[in-house]
Design a binder for this molecule. Structure first.
Ligand code: NAP
Length: 316
């Protein structure tokens, strides 16, 4: 069966990444004609109704006059929402159980890193100090998760399996087995006051930008620790630095930043209470992601149904 219209892959990634995505997407849906945006001719551009994207240049999307649907291979869509918010386009973001499992593994790994005081022992080794700290049971270390979506819920399950008490906060009230859940701003304050390790897995939206400011960070118990695997601007940078400098926060693991790559002069690189990661907590798996995109596109071809899952008003 020949495809009724080509599907462009629109991305500002480097050529090697684009080639690798094209290969994975073509393998997942050999019945479709998937073409890099730069390879489309004028006639083909005029036919495209669906685009698969990874950080696309919005100007390129505007050159597709029939476009209805943009399917991202990324989970975070704050840039797409900002770029396409005024349009009538439908947007799908990646929801992939493999991504959730990878993120849950990262949350567990870095929670254990903080729980077992690894940054502290690394510093002691530098100073040739032999001083065991008191052991704390996981049952005594409360982990609060901001965001109980696809990634937050998977992380909560992994943390429960490791015997941590888990608290979770979301916009709407959620029910997750064995997790104490909160919503709304009162709920946030209540949860922060009982959180020893705070894990951020919120989308970046108008409401979550700067959410963790000086006031909210001060609600955490003394010596609380923080993991940000979501987006940098959710945390106020200066407030975070002050809380770490003052020793109110014991340590922060930061995987995401307002500017990426993190510039060499940025303070987190050299702060003794910060672990910097290069946005590596949960990379997309191009194989499973392409299979999910393919299934959504097949459904669209067969029934016309668009698997949109991003609400432009809500921002995620
Ligand atoms: P999701 O399924 O959309 O879940 C988002 C969660 O955040 C939901 O529970 C939602 O509440 C909650 N939320 C949103 N706005 C809120 C607000 N204003 N107040 C309270 N709760 C709010 O998203 P996901 O797939 O779990 O992904 C989360 C984020 O992880 C992505 O947006 C992306 O930025 C980031 N990410 C990072 C990496 C990495 O490698 N570092 C990889 C993938 C994704 P409701 O349940 O009420 O909707």
């Amino acid at each position: 069966m020949s495809a009724p219209m080509p599907i462009p892959f629109v991305s500002q990634s480097d050529p090697a990444a684009v080639a690798s995505w094209l290969q994975a997407l073509r393998a997942a849906m050999p019945e479709e004609e998937i073409i890099a945006f730069s390879e489309l001719d004028e006639d083909q551009r005029a036919q495209c109704r669906v685009a698969i994207v990874a950080n696309p240049d919005p100007a390129q999307l505007k050159l597709l006059p029939q476009l209805q649907w943009v399917h991202s291979v990324w989970a975070g869509v704050e840039r797409l929402v900002a770029d396409l918010g005024q349009s009538d386009l439908q947007i799908t973001r990646l929801v992939d159980p493999r991504l959730a499992a990878t993120m849950a593994e990262a949350v567990l790994a870095w929670t254990l890193y903080l729980h077992r005081d690894m940054p502290h022992y690394a510093r002691q080794q530098q100073a040739r100090q032999w001083r065991p700290l008191d052991y704390v049971l996981p049952e005594q270390r409360r982990v609060g998760i901001l965001g109980l979506g696809a990634l937050g819920e998977a992380a909560a399950v992994a943390l429960r399996q490791a015997r941590f008490p888990v608290l979770g906060w979301s916009r709407s009230a959620r029910n997750v087995p064995d997790v104490r859940t909160y919503s709304g701003m009162d709920g946030l304050a209540e949860m922060l006051a009982q959180t020893d390790i705070l894990v951020c897995l919120l989308p970046l939206t108008a409401e979550t930008r700067g959410l963790l400011d000086a006031v909210r960070l001060a609600l955490l118990p003394p010596q609380a620790q923080l993991i940000n695997f979501a987006r940098g601007p959710i945390i106020n940078d200066e407030a975070l630095r002050e809380a770490l400098d003052a020793g109110r926060l014991r340590h922060a693991v930061l995987d995401v930043f307002a500017t990426e790559p993190l510039p060499p002069e940025a303070w987190p690189w050299s702060h003794p209470a910060v672990t910097v990661l290069p946005h590596c907590s949960a990379p997309t798996d191009s194989g499973t992601a392409s299979a999910i995109v393919a299934a959504n596109i097949r459904r669209y071809r067969n029934s016309g149904e668009i698997a949109a899952n991003v609400d432009l008003k809500r921002g995620y």
